[in-house]
Design a binder for this molecule. Structure first.
Ligand SMILES: [Zn+2]
Length: 418
């Protein structure tokens, strides 16, 4: 495995200039969630035939494998050959498989940009009203470099590249890929991703075991009373005071329910009641999000909030209802995979970092189907700099190689454990 890693690393290095050019091209022409078909074609095409017809000639040592320009590589070919299989998944997504038949390790990159007007001033900035403000252009370019390099090697098991659409909206692309059953059909034993992260020091790569992103559920609290006149509250059942108590109480109720070392976030920023100062409404509502790092905490917190809502409403002569729209689960990195990937990253000389947050990523959705590992790759802007989804966020081109190293480490870790 060590020899394979070394050869793969130098082939990736040779791919990087073309991958960075591809990154600029993707960055300049982003598509929002659900409209990624042009990106899917471009990226699958780059894996099959090359990032650019005019790009740099490959200079790495050719170990085995076919020419990268032959017509045989542009179409589907059976697993077990040196060719590549391409299939459509989740609408505008693609699965590209290379290497031998049998078990495989998956590498996933997301394709969608955001409806953000770019303000980076980059020479390759988007002008179409959408923006790769979450680094997905970097992830895609890195994945292309890794897979193209792999095509020149004799892999001990398959490599399945997942070009995933609709990471940024619900229902997410990840849920559709999971539901398609294609990862199971390809016998994917582990799925690896890497995401740029401004709060991680530049150049550092994380490989933390356990939960690294939170579950995220949208919730509505509905207190129903009896509307009336503001001067005659005793003739009505005003739902606003119990709603106010609920909004203040439930974050504390949630915190008290779980181990203090387990983060839980409850925020209820959206409130609605009467439309006039002298009218008591019949219904008052609050909406927000509930996040947790562990499934058992998630269930416990929802149960306690429901009881608080019902109890506080009842004390005010109202009825309380708690509605949950379940989103992604917590993103829980497989421990063995994370530790093995960290070892590979050390052998590559990549600086170690550690990071977890109550943010979310639909990559978590794969977790119940297959062991997963998410690396965060530091871009170093810090808390005062632009965050992900900011119109000014622009990771440097060196990040393409760093994301590629993380994907490679994760693939090798998965292959060792398969
Ligand atoms: Zn993202």
């Amino acid at each position: 495995m060590r020899e394979l890693a070394q050869a793969w690393r130098s082939l990736i290095a040779a791919e990087l200039p073309a991958a960075i050019a591809l990154r600029h091209e993707l960055h300049a022409a982003p598509q929002v969630s659900g409209a990624e078909e042009p990106t899917a074609r471009r990226v699958a095409g780059a894996i099959l035939t090359g990032p650019s017809l005019t790009g740099p000639i490959l200079t790495g040592p050719i170990l085995t494998g076919p020419s990268l320009t032959g017509p045989s590589l542009t179409g589907p070919s059976p697993a077990g050959t040196a060719g590549a299989e391409v299939e459509t998944v989740a609408g505008t997504g693609r699965i590209v498989r290379i290497g031998p038949a049998g078990p495989a390790i998956g590498l996933r990159a997301e394709m969608d940009g955001l409806p953000v007007v770019e303000a980076t001033g980059a020479p390759y900035a988007s002008t179409n009203g959408a923006m790769h403000a979450c680094g997905h252009d970097v992830h895609l370019a890195a994945l292309v470099a890794v897979v193209r390099a792999a095509r020149r090697l004799e892999l001990p098991l398959g490599l399945v590249a997942v070009l995933q659409p609709r990471e940024e909206v619900g229902p997410t692309g990840a849920a559709d890929v999971v539901a398609s059953g294609r990862l199971l059909a390809h016998d994917v034993r582990a799925l690896v991703a890497a995401h740029v992260q401004p709060l991680v020091p530049a150049g550092g790569v994380t490989s933390d075991p356990g939960p690294v992103n939170a579950s995220v559920d949208e919730v509505d609290i509905v207190i129903t009373g009896q509307g009336g006149h503001g001067a005659y509250p005793h003739l009505a059942a005003d739902p606003v005071p119990p709603l106010c108590r609920v909004v203040l109480a439930v974050p504390e109720v949630a915190r008290a329910a779980v181990d203090p070392l387990h983060p839980v976030v409850v925020t209820l920023p959206q409130l609605a009641g009467s439309g006039a100062p002298n009218v008591l409404p019949g219904v008052a509502t609050a909406s927000g999000t509930v996040r947790a790092m562990r499934e058992q905490d998630r269930a416990l917190v929802h149960d306690r909030i429901r009881r608080a809502v019902e109890g506080i409403a009842a004390a005010h002569g109202c009825t309380g209802e708690y509605r949950v729209r379940r989103g992604e689960p917590a993103l829980v990195n497989d421990s063995a995979l994370a530790q093995a990937s960290a070892r590979w990253l050390r052998t590559f000389g990549v600086p170690e970092a550690s990071f977890a947050s109550c943010g979310s990523d639909d990559f978590a959705t794969y977790g119940p189907q297959v062991p997963i590992l998410m690396h965060f790759v530091g871009t170093g802007e810090g808390p005062d700099g632009p965050m992900l989804h900011d119109a000014r966020y622009l990771p440097g081109d060196e990040t393409v190689g760093q994301v590629a190293a993380a994907l490679l480490a994760g693939w090798l870790a998965g292959a060792e454990g398969a």
